[in-house]
Design a protein around this ligand. Structure first.
Ligand SMILES: Nc1nc2c(c(=O)[nH]1)N[C@H]1C(S)=C(S)[C@@H](COP(=O)(O)OP(=O)(O)OC[C@H]3O[C@@H](n4cnc5c(=O)[nH]c(N)nc54)[C@H](O)[C@@H]3O)O[C@H]1N2
Ligand SMILES: Nc1nc2c(c(=O)[nH]1)N[C@H]1C(S)=C(S)[C@@H](COP(=O)(O)OP(=O)(O)OC[C@H]3O[C@@H](n4cnc5c(=O)[nH]c(N)nc54)[C@H](O)[C@@H]3O)O[C@H]1N2
Ligand code: SF4
Ligand SMILES: [Mo]
Length: 681
């Protein structure tokens, strides 16, 4: 028997990008464990990926190309050869582009794998060659990045692992223990050294339960809290004047703005008491090092970019960037640019192409005035029928008989069910890739451990086959995987990376990007007052504007829909919508439900486990009620990640959510959603 141990890296859209070791016996993977040598994940995976082999070898894996035989959305397909499926796509797409032009083709993809080449590489060339509509915007991360960049010029930020040197850790709108679990041991290390952990979240999450202090603002109102913190920092002179003088612009203007934001005023907006706001400001202004850790939880509001822009002012005021274990930690993506240049994958564009925001998929598929209309849709690395807000509109669009939909998937997702042609995709065990992380400073290598199952192919191979079927002959459309990876790497020893399974980015051990200033703005300073935001029509100073779909933003709507709805990640065994359909994941987590506070439940005569309707003008869901004290009165929550089938109909949590774009950054405000809840009749 031949036994091999193959090093790889988890591809999931998760900040941890864990290193793994697959044990392969006679070509079959029999064990998958964390790589104990990995400096960040330290030998552990997670309750999702501990069972990854069940996913790889699931009897439900799609292993042959499929062509639809029944009505759209019914999931009736027949297996066909690759040749037949490719011919079908080439002829339909050829006819569509001939009649409507390339922009009638819309590619839609996300980070189902965040591997460098399998997430996005040859697709850019393939769709560039077609002249397809360009997908812009982001479901995740871009708004947070654009918000911090408005203050700091770039998204460069603290190394999350340096949290172990902190004495005060503020986990702001991030559910670390669930979503970023491998950071927790470093937080515990800091705690053992005397650090205190404060969690600021609209929900009493598992992370909040593990904190020393939990602060609970109403959703979408944290900016008011931050403005009042700054008010108190200025009033009590907890400002690092030397740092502010040397490395910021607009301090006096900011002081003028926050003067109007007393803790009492902020308390009436965000629901956190003035006493707690004062205490938070005192702690933040006096304990050193103090690190603020955030990910993306707060970007899904209409004022999402302003949240991060305002948050980024705090460490500048206290000079916290000077400290190891201080500053602001969010995505480390911008550090990855030191060693990776993915613009090598771009297609040299001969003509400008129209843009469509990925969050507006429903609008794009149903807009009668869109010219040209979307006639062909390609989806890979994502499940937009469940993950994109206003999903009810997406479903109506996917049902269009004149829309030709192509999906590349590992499973028959809610999106794949609407496809005309489905191509089978490999998993991370079956494909080569390099995995940049957004949660730590190591690049991961992923060596294929087993041969592709059935006729599944990596995404890159799909684009090569489609290019050939379309009759294209530019050599850059056919570049092989290893060459693609090598072309994007800068200054990385690939052999070492392959041998060890990971390599540290070209960054120092002690990462303090702004200890001596050097911000990425044109002035080189933190822009407390931002001319560039003003030029774009935004408020040049931090300010709080209530989201339009909130009780404060739209009192009339709130009469009909008085409850704010959160739809957060909640289940340990889910990764977005991947896994909820698998037998050792979904059934173990139970099923979807709506969480409601005792006061709101009582006012509606709702008892535990009662079936209730949750609705607004977009859709209606019927769910069991769970009465809990994790939310403030006026806020309810439905966990994200379940498929339509788990709701027993054609809807899911995102059928209810708001697809308004964020203030800037191209994200979406799905956490600004108002609903009503009542017992089902
Ligand atoms: N188990 C598991 N882990 C995951 C994922 C998963 O699906 N399952 N998904 C992965 C992905 S794609 C990502 S991007 C990361 C995300 O990681 P996080 O950003 O940590 O997670 P989220 O759950 O999106 O949001 C965090 C918190 O923001 C809170 N929140 C929402 N609005 C507000 C607000 O206005 N103010 C405040 N203070 N809090 C607010 C929510 O209640 C939630 O608890 O997690 C990754 N890890
Ligand atoms: N209401 C609400 N909506 C949300 C969120 C929320 O918290 N609440 N979170 C948002 C966030 S942060 C994110 S990142 C998005 C996630 O949105 P999506 O990326 O659409 O979510 P996933 O469910 O992870 O879908 C990934 C799909 O990619 C497939 N896949 C994985 N690897 C490969 C591969 O190599 N090739 C191909 N072809 N397919 C592959 C998987 O089988 C899976 O079906 O959802 C967002 N939407
Ligand atoms: S999903 Fe996240 S925590 Fe789990 S193994 Fe993958 S990278 Fe690690
Ligand atoms: Mo995400």
């Amino acid at each position: 028997m031949s036994v091999q141990r193959v090093l790889g890296t988890c591809h999931h859209d998760c900040p941890d990008s864990c290193g793994w070791v697959a044990t392969v016996e006679d070509g079959t993977a029999v064990k998958l464990r964390g790589n104990p040598a990995h400096p960040y994940s330290q030998g552990e995976l997670c309750p999702k990926v501990n069972r990854f082999l069940d996913r790889v070898y699931s009897p439900d894996r799609l292993l042959r190309p499929l062509i639809r035989t029944g009505p759209k959305g019914q999931g009736q397909f027949e297996s066909v050869s690759w040749e037949v499926a490719l011919d079908r796509v080439a002829s339909r797409v050829g006819a569509i582009t001939a009649e409507w032009g390339g922009e009638a083709v819309l590619p839609w993809w996300d980070a189902g794998t965040q591997g460098l080449i399998q997430m996005s590489s040859l697709d850019r060339r393939f769709f560039g060659r077609i002249g397809a509509t360009r997908l812009v915007g982001s479901l995740c991360g871009a708004t947070a990045g654009a918000g911090t960049a408005a203050t700091n010029g770039t998204g460069l930020a603290s190394d999350p692992m340096s949290v172990r040197f902190s004495k005060l850790i503020v986990l702001w709108a991030t559910n670390t223990r669930l979503t970023n679990r491998h950071l927790w041991p470093f937080i515990e290390e800091a705690r053992n050294g005397g650090a205190r952990v404060v969690v600021i979240d609209s929900m009493r999450t598992a992370t909040a339960q593990a904190a020393d202090w939990f602060v609970q603002p109403l959703p979408g109102t944290d900016i008011a809290l931050m403005l009042a913190m700054m008010h108190a920092l200025v009033r009590d002179d907890l400002i690092d004047h030397e740092y502010v003088q040397a490395h910021t612009v607009g301090f006096e203007a900011l002081v003028g703005r926050v003067a109007g934001w007393s803790p009492e005023r902020a308390a009436s907006v965000c629901g956190v008491s003035a006493v707690d706001i004062e205490r938070l400001a005192q702690d933040y202004g006096s304990v050193r090092p103090a690190m603020i850790r955030t990910l993306i939880g707060a970007e899904h509001h209409e004022n999402g970019a302003m949240f991060y822009r305002t948050l980024a002012c705090l460490p500048a005021l206290t000079g916290s960037w000077k400290d190891r274990g201080g500053g602001l930690a969010h995505s480390v993506g911008p550090w990855v640019d030191r060693n990776i240049d993915d613009s090598v994958f771009d297609w040299a564009e001969p003509v400008p192409r129209r843009n469509i925001n990925m969050n507006h998929l429903g609008r794009a598929l149903t807009d009668p005035d869109l010219d040209p209309p979307v006639k062909a849709l390609f989806v890979w690395n994502g499940n937009p029928a469940v993950t994109v807000p206003n999903a009810a509109a997406i479903r109506r669009g996917l049902e269009r008989e004149d829309l030709f939909t192509v999906v590349s998937e590992q499973f028959m997702t809610d999106t794949a069910r609407y496809a005309d042609v489905v191509f089978p995709a490999t998993t991370q065990l079956e494909q080569v890739d390099l995995v940049p992380s957004w949660g730590h400073l190591y690049l991961g290598w992923n060596e294929p451990a087993i041969d592709p199952l059935g006729e599944a192919v990596p995404n890159t191979e799909l684009w090569r086959r489609l290019a050939a079927a379309m009759g294209f002959d530019e050599p850059e459309l056919f570049e092989d995987d290893e060459s693609l990876i090598a072309s994007a790497l800068k200054g990385v020893d690939i052999k070492r990376l392959r041998d060890d399974g990971y390599v540290r980015l070209d960054v120092p051990d002690d990462v303090r990007p702004y200890a001596q200033g050097g911000f990425g703005t044109s002035s080189g300073n933190v822009e407390l007052f931002s001319e560039s935001l003003a030029a774009l029509g935004h408020d040049p100073l931090p300010d709080f504007v209530p989201p339009r779909e909130s009780a404060a933003g739209n009192p009339d709507l709130a009469v009909r829909y008085p409850l704010a709805l959160l739809t957060p990640k909640h289940h340990m065994r889910f990764l977005n919508t991947s896994y909820s359909h698998l037998p050792k994941h979904g059934p173990v987590e139970g099923g979807p439900f709506v969480e409601i506070d005792p006061a709101d439940a009582e006012a509606r005569s709702i008892s535990e486990d009662d079936l209730v309707d949750v609705w607004n003008d977009r859709a209606r869901l019927r769910l069991p009620a769970r009465i809990s004290d994790r939310l403030r009165p006026g806020v309810v929550a439905v966990p994200f990640g379940w498929w339509n089938e788990h709701y027993g109909g054609g809807e899911n949590a995102n059928s209810l959510t708001n697809d308004t774009l964020t203030d800037w950054g191209g994200g979406v405000a799905y956490s600004d959603t108002l609903v009503q809840v009542a017992p089902a009749d």
